[in-house]
Write a protein that binds this ligand. Sequence first.
Ligand code: SF4
Ligand code: SF4
Length: 192
Amino acid sequence: MPARFAVQERMHLNRSTSNSYNQALSTLLYWEDPVSWREAQTGLSYLLHRHRDRGGELFTMAAFIAGLIRSMDAAMENLCARTCPPCSNPCCARADVRYDFRDLIFLHCSGTGLPLGQTVSVSGGGACTMLGADGCTLPRVMRPFMCTWYLCPPQMDIVRADPEISFLPDWLKDVKHRRKALEAGFLEMISP
Ligand code: SF4
Ligand code: SF4
């Protein structure tokens, strides 16, 4: 089953939720055009508002995840400074990275801010839309998690050899598990 339909299957959206929100959060999962992106954000805002009396734990979980990501930022930036400037094939200029459903739940629950659009245009290909002249224009906590999760081979070599940053893979796995729990909590919250 394609991932986007698998998510639709798992969401079990409340039947009273409007059809347009259902569609925005399921069949157009990658939200590459501005309209579907805005509809997805509106749908998530609506659902969180509708269930706000049950959302406190999710907001706490998301704030903790945001703190973990921020606490890794210095080490990640240091790693990038040691590997990215001389890189002959920068991943941000070719990566097919998109915000996924879990990213959007995290962004909405953590209140870290919402990007103006998806990282890839509807036509696809080319550099990430968030890439600026001096690198990524977004704070790490607002990027798709894949951008933090992915350590390229030269970076992994450094992580393995440098005890100062060897903690990164374990921290990344921790964030990954917490994001999964956040998504599960959100789906549970909106289930009828
Ligand atoms: S993360 Fe790795 S692949 Fe991406 S730009 Fe830096 S060195 Fe290159
Ligand atoms: S969001 Fe930032 S880090 Fe991620 S691919 Fe785009 S430019 Fe690179």
